[in-house]
Design a protein around this ligand. Sequence first.
Ligand code: SF4
Length: 290
Amino acid sequence: MLLISSFDPWRSGLCTCPSKLTFNPYTGCDHQCTYCYASSYIPNFKDCHPKKDALTMLKREAAKLNGETISISNSSDPYPRIEATEGLTRRCLEILAESNCRIQIITKSNLVTRDDDLLSRIPATVALTITTEDDNLARILEPNAPSPSQRIRAAQDLTKADIPVSVRIDPIIPTVNDQPQKLIATLASIGVKHVTCSTYKAKADNWMRLSKALPKVMEQLKPLYFQEGERIGGSALLPRDYRFKILKGVRDVAVAHGLQFGVCREGLAQLNTAACDGSWLMPKAKGRLC
Ligand code: SF4
């Protein structure tokens, strides 16, 4: 079995990402987001642990890379809380810094700034997920992840270190975080260049967790998801015209602030103003460690 594989999210025809590779240093994730999708297909998801033999496998596979983009990571956060002591993602980046590849980090943790020395030597971008600027709401949605304030500071620090940053406002839950005007203004003011958005896609387990956390809201959303909405790839989505309205609203705000915009797995690629995942920000080349 290989560690690095093709990025193929749920084999979904809705994905418009440019071709790339992916791997997860960790199995499971300890941020415990209420809306997490990965918990529906990875057993014991809260039991976050380093992937067995990750470094040995990565050394072997990294030697064969030929300029590909590697997205780290998509089924777990590469900076779970245990990364602070494990340092596994950092050691992976040390290996990749000596290989022929480009790196796209996707995280909800400000710990990523610890590795800015490595990321500034590799062609790299960081996609920070910031679903809301409201620390109290984030404690409900993402109980163990660093606060939005810490993530916004991380975005600012990375852009200052000349590492391009995009922000994922993902997922957008109607009436909960579908008005991110203030967040986008803040992002624009600190040098973020791209926003990627995706509406919440209901799966049995994340719906149950959200219904416990936000009972009134989810009760109101029930008919939209399960009667009027679309069923795609095992998930219940909002009705297409409603998704379009929400996402276009966010796009218009982003564009007004001079940001590029992309949607993720929506079937609405006409809203994209640039590569949906922010990969257009990737520098062509940077100095290498050796
Ligand atoms: S950070 Fe991502 S993988 Fe981890 S719990 Fe949250 S949504 Fe799931």
